[in-house]
Design a protein around this ligand. Structure first.
Ligand SMILES: NC(=O)c1ccc[n+]([C@@H]2O[C@H](COP(=O)([O-])OP(=O)(O)OC[C@H]3O[C@@H](n4cnc5c(N)ncnc54)[C@H](OP(=O)(O)O)[C@@H]3O)[C@@H](O)[C@H]2O)c1
Length: 296
């Protein structure tokens, strides 16, 4: 008798992971990992006097990065569309002694992105690090011939267009200053194909492409441009995707060599390494931050 067919192919399940899963997922983490990631920061104050701009920091990976950067001494300027949440994150960071400013901006809107960068420079005087992180998942699972142009354009506009517009207005400021660092949030979906999520998968391939193009164009200007590729990170996006695909965190975790869903704070440390002088020889890469999925 043959065994029942799995409900999801490996790459479908991973696609879900590439988008995110979460609440209560701390239970999935080995105790040692929880201790290590919640513990002291050996690079404390590494970003003192640095200005860091982050798109999409009202929740998830962006929020964790904003908190970690502020804890390391950075002046953090960040956006997202949900004003109440943005103000809450800003107040929360300030209540712990960090420096952060929220400004509402939609990364699909060119003038809002331009004004976001201008306001950051006006507020803090410069721009040292830019993290282009804002992103959305595919609205629904469907094969290509069932995808709509509206869904393709919507996801491209946010995920790829947002990264393009971010860099378009961040780079001139960095050129003026004589250098800077850009980190773009890609995905394992930027490196391999996943069935049923054409809008997201193609948008993230574009993020990897834009990262490489910019890295080559500005390497001689002392500007490094890298991306990182999360797999399954415990954020609101992953929770939404897991629910939409009808899979559990446990099922998603099985698709990754490390067999667990990672925490947003673990992505923040990758961003911080790519943003710091510790990665001074690194540009044009898409760092696998998935727990080994892209290893093969
Ligand atoms: N979680 C994962 O497993 C996973 C895996 C691979 C890659 N990623 C990538 O990681 C990034 C962050 O996602 P997340 O998992 O942290 O999910 P999330 O909690 O949903 O965060 C997404 C962030 O992007 C912002 N955003 C979305 N559309 C925007 C727009 N048009 N303008 C401005 N901000 C916008 C959201 O803020 P507002 O809603 O307030 O606008 C929010 O702050 C995304 O690029 C995602 O593709 C996540």
């Amino acid at each position: 008798m043959s065994s029942p067919a799995p409900r999801h192919s490996r790459r479908q399940a991973l696609a879900i992971g590439a988008l995110g899963v979460a609440a209560g997922s701390a239970a999935l983490l080995p105790a040692a990992t929880q201790t290590a990631t919640a513990g002291s920061n050996p690079q404390a104050q590494e970003f003192a006097d640095k200005t860091v701009l982050i798109t999409g920091a009202t929740s998830g990976i962006g929020e964790a990065t904003a908190r970690a950067m502020a804890a390391a001494g950075a002046r953090v300027f960040f956006c997202g569309r949900r004003v109440q949440l943005g103000r809450k994150v800003e107040a929360s960071i300030r209540s712990t002694g960090g420096e952060a400013t929220y400004r509402r901006a939609d990364v699909r809107n060119e003038s809002e992105v331009r004004e976001l960068v201008n306001a950051c420079v006006k507020r803090y005087g410069r721009l040292d690090v830019a993290v282009n992180n804002a992103g959305i998942e595919s609205p629904r699972a469907a094969r290509l011939h069932e995808q709509s142009m509206a869904d393709m354009e919507s996801v491209w506009r946010t995920n790829a267009g947002g990264v393009f517009l971010g860099m378009k207005y961040e780079l001139p400021q960095m050129l003026k200053q004589g250098g800077g660092v850009i980190v773009n949030t890609a995905s394992i979906s930027s490196e391999v194909g996943f069935a049923t999520i054409a809008p997201y998968n193609s948008s993230k391939h574009a993020v990897a492409s834009l990262t490489k193009v910019a890295a080559l164009e500005y390497a001689a200007d002392n500007i490094r441009v890298n991306a990182f590729a999360p797999g399954a990170v415990d954020t609101p996006m992953l929770r939404r995707a897991a629910e939409a695909f009808g899979v559990t965190y446990e099922q998603i975790a099985q698709d990754y060599p490390i067999k667990r869903i990672v925490r947003p704070e673990e992505m923040a440390t990758v961003v911080m390494w790519l943003s710091s002088d510790r990665s001074s020889a690194v540009t044009g890469t898409d760092v696998d931050a998935s727990g080994g999925y892209l290893t093969g």
